[in-house]
Design a protein around this ligand. Structure first.
Ligand SMILES: *Cc1c(COP(=O)(O)O)cnc(C)c1O
Length: 383
């Protein structure tokens, strides 16, 4: 068992975030909790249990492996929606368990029909529309044939949803592209309606779109990063605050990642610290060694720039992040000893390190750093 570090999940923080999201979107909008990437590193079993305790009963995942992890935990007490890959081998399990899934290719729709017939159970599909992301989704020219399959196979297929995904709603620089996508999606929806086919719901928003473009909320929002207490980008946060009187962040980080100091040593001025020569001690320094490295998901790109908390002080990573260790400058903070607590993400006394604070380089790094946190680190739910 991994004893080098521990991840704590705050129930209170999640409660706060869910309450904020519900208040923002209103009762009529379904909140789908996006738990792909091991629930953004939080741990899919622990996180979905906690969210389900708060009456979240809709979960979105990327693939069937993740769908199975949610199912193992909550069975059919919740709706599970696969937004990405369903392989042919997995179709039987998906239809049998009533798991919903995105369809963006005709072969998958046909496979769903075939499987539904064999199992005598309807397949629950969300038809994904290509509106400008250029990744997955049906093009306009495919829609007529999809419409005719859906009509013909209404005994085998439930037309659960019509959906799309935006290409960068977290930055206003993409405004025209997103605006165009919204228009294209409405057109596609009208096209289905004109053929007498209405999906049960339509949905398009991720966290960023739900705040930047409220009209994208529709019947369901697919919320990942914000439920974990982080903003998709500083721009989205500013955009939210601009419309508010109080300038208080309504979100609270759910995750805390803690370790302990495993060794302390003194380094003389003029010595290099760690592999190679990326860090030169320009004075006599005291260094704390932490048993966490890139093998545990602490990105190597944080070499010489990551921040951790020790004794309530923000301290900087010196040298490169190793596979299983990193070195921290503790020269200017007194009274540090082996076994002292180190916060990699979280709060200590009045100071905090957020995922964002060590990933100013890019917003996407927020998502990346979280999802890379090793699955083998124990997760513990706290109040
Ligand atoms: C990941 C994902 C989301 C959630 O994105 P956040 O920015 O974390 O809210 C929504 N929709 C799709 C299709 C996704 O892949």
């Amino acid at each position: 068992m991994h004893t080098n570090s521990i991840i704590e999940l705050s129930r209170t923080a999640l409660e706060k975030n869910i309450a904020f999201l519900r208040k923002t979107f209103g009762k009529k909008v379904i909140l789908s909790s996006v738990v792909k990437g091991n629930a953004y590193g939080h741990g899919i079993a622990e996180f979905t249990s906690m969210a389900h305790d708060m009456d979240v009963n809709h979960f979105s995942v990327f693939d069937v492996e993740e769908a199975k992890a949610v199912y193992a935990n909550l069975q059919d007490k919740v709706t599970i929606m696969v937004m990405g890959l369903v392989s042919d081998e997995d179709m039987k399990w998906v239809v049998d368990k009533g798991v919903e899934f995105f369809v963006f290719e005709k072969t998958r729709l046909n496979k769903a029909v075939k499987t539904a017939k064999i199992l005598q159970k309807k397949a629950k599909v969300h038809i994904e529309i290509e509106t400008g992301m250029n990744r997955t989704g049906f093009d306009k020219k495919d829609l007529n044939s999809i419409i005719s399959i859906l009509k013909k196979e209404s005994n085998n297929i439930v037309f659960k949803g019509l959906c799309t995904h935006y290409a960068g709603a977290e930055s206003i620089a993409n405004y025209y592209r997103i605006d165009n996508q919204i228009k294209k999606f409405e057109e596609a929806y009208q096209n289905f309606c004109n053929h007498g086919l209405k999906p049960e719901i339509k949905h398009s928003a991720c966290s960023a779109a739900s705040i930047m473009f409220p009209q994208t909320r529709m019947d369901l929002v697919r919320i990942g990063i914000m439920q974990y207490g982080l903003w998709p980008s500083p721009e989205v946060f500013v955009n939210y605050l601009n419309a508010k009187k109080s300038k208080i962040d309504p979100l609270q980080r759910v995750i805390t990642w803690k370790s302990k100091i495993m060794n302390i040593k003194t380094v003389n001025s003029g010595e290099f610290i760690g592999y190679g020569n990326s860090f030169l001690a320009e004075r006599k320094m005291t260094i704390a060694v932490i048993p966490i490295g890139y093998a545990h998901g602490y990105s190597r790109s944080l070499s010489n720039q990551g921040r951790v908390l020790i004794n309530g002080h923000r301290c900087v990573v010196v040298g490169s992040i190793n596979m299983n260790m990193m070195t921290i400058d503790i020269t200017d903070i007194g009274n540090v000893k082996k076994e002292d607590e180190v916060i990699l993400i979280g709060r200590q006394n009045q100071v905090s390190v957020s995922v964002a604070s060590f990933s100013d380089l890019s917003n996407q790094l927020n998502y990346e750093l979280l999802t890379r946190i090793s699955k083998t680190i124990p997760r513990k739910i706290i109040e």
